[in-house]
Write a protein that binds this ligand. Structure first.
Ligand SMILES: Nc1ncnc2c1ncn2[C@@H]1O[C@H](COP(=O)(O)OP(=O)(O)OP(=O)(O)O)[C@@H](O)[C@H]1O
Length: 292
């Protein structure tokens, strides 16, 4: 039996059932059920204000749902963000939330703290146990920077990274908590086609490491290329859920969100844009290296 097969047979990593979130008179999320299984990449799409981020906040303990429950690997999660992270769910945010005055490596080390056992006394004494844990954390953080293509920037201040690399760093920091499920909130927002394509590859690589992924995104090419399953939220309710083909063909989704049927094989147009950008890239790099 391959690893892939065994991860697919272990049942849902995430099981959200009947999740409702009300803010006063406004019901932002209404009785939403969603599961994500090991080995899956699931997309969450919908118009602005549909309740996608609110749903993420309910999954990660930032909000206590008005109704419903969220389980991770069969255990109901306490609605406290640090306990949710410790249980195995990590996330990135729609707006980048890095520690801008820390280095790239330090940002990833911050994400590692839920997995280090050494306490305050040990840290103050800086005994052998603490130093060993520190070395292990640094090695793990560097491995994640290699994985995300940022190792060569480990000692740069995060605020000096280009936008696309800051987004990658957010993902590296989320991975530092060794999650079983990664929630990505608009990971390609503001990216050019080349960066979007690289992010797509990164998400596939994360999935191949055995981490399930739930992703919110407005870029439909990205979503339909990437996801095994897509759920559509409209006005807080789940309208449709299915494969990319099913969702794209659903008239209700077209009417409520996509506007016009999504034409052409997903990825073709994007591929052409990326190839054009890559063809133009050497001259851009040359200008940068010459300091122009
Ligand atoms: N803390 C809050 N208090 C009151 N209303 C809120 C709060 N957070 C979200 N809302 C409302 O809940 C609804 C859903 O918002 P949410 O940000 O979850 O939508 P979204 O689908 O993520 O939108 P977008 O795609 O624009 O990010 C909106 O009407 C929003 O104004």
């Amino acid at each position: 039996m391959t690893t892939m097969t065994s991860t697919h047979t272990t049942g849902p990593v995430l099981d959200a059932s009947g999740v409702t979130m009300r803010f006063g008179g406004l019901t932002a999320v209404r009785s939403v059920d969603l599961t994500v299984s090991s080995g899956e990449i699931v997309g969450l799409i919908g118009p602005n204000g549909a309740g996608k981020t609110t749903f993420f906040n309910c999954l990660t303990g930032l909000y206590i749902p008005t109704e419903g429950k969220v389980s991770y690997k069969g255990t109901v999660l306490p609605p406290k963000p640090h306990l949710v992270t410790k249980a195995g769910i990590a996330r990135t945010f729609q707006n980048i939330r890095l520690f801008s005055n820390m280095t790239v490596l330090e940002n990833v080390l911050v994400g590692r703290h839920t997995r280090t056992k050494e306490g305050l006394i040990s840290a103050l004494l800086r005994g052998p146990g603490f130093r060993k844990a520190e070395d292990e954390s640094t090695a793990r953080a560097m491995e994640l920077l290699e994985f995300t293509g940022l190792a060569h920037k480990a000692d740069h201040l995060s605020r000096n990274l280009p936008y696309g690399e800051q987004r990658k760093l957010e993902i590296a920091r989320a991975l530092a908590s060794d999650p079983g499920l990664l929630l990505l909130d608009e990971p390609t927002a503001g990216m050019n086609p080349q960066e979007t394509r690289a992010t797509e590859e990164l998400v596939f690589a994360i999935r191949d490491r055995g981490i399930a992924v739930l992703v919110i995104e407005h870029d439909m090419r990205f979503i339909f290329n990437l996801c095994d399953r897509v759920a559509v939220l409209v006005q807080g309710e789940k309208l449709v859920e299915g494969t990319s083909d099913v969702v794209q063909a659903d008239e209700r989704v077209v009417a409520a969100y996509l506007g016009t049927p999504f034409e052409g094989a997903p990825g073709d147009e994007e591929l052409a844009e990326v190839e054009a950008a890559e063809a133009a890239a050497p001259s851009t790099n040359a200008r940068t290296e010459e300091g122009q």
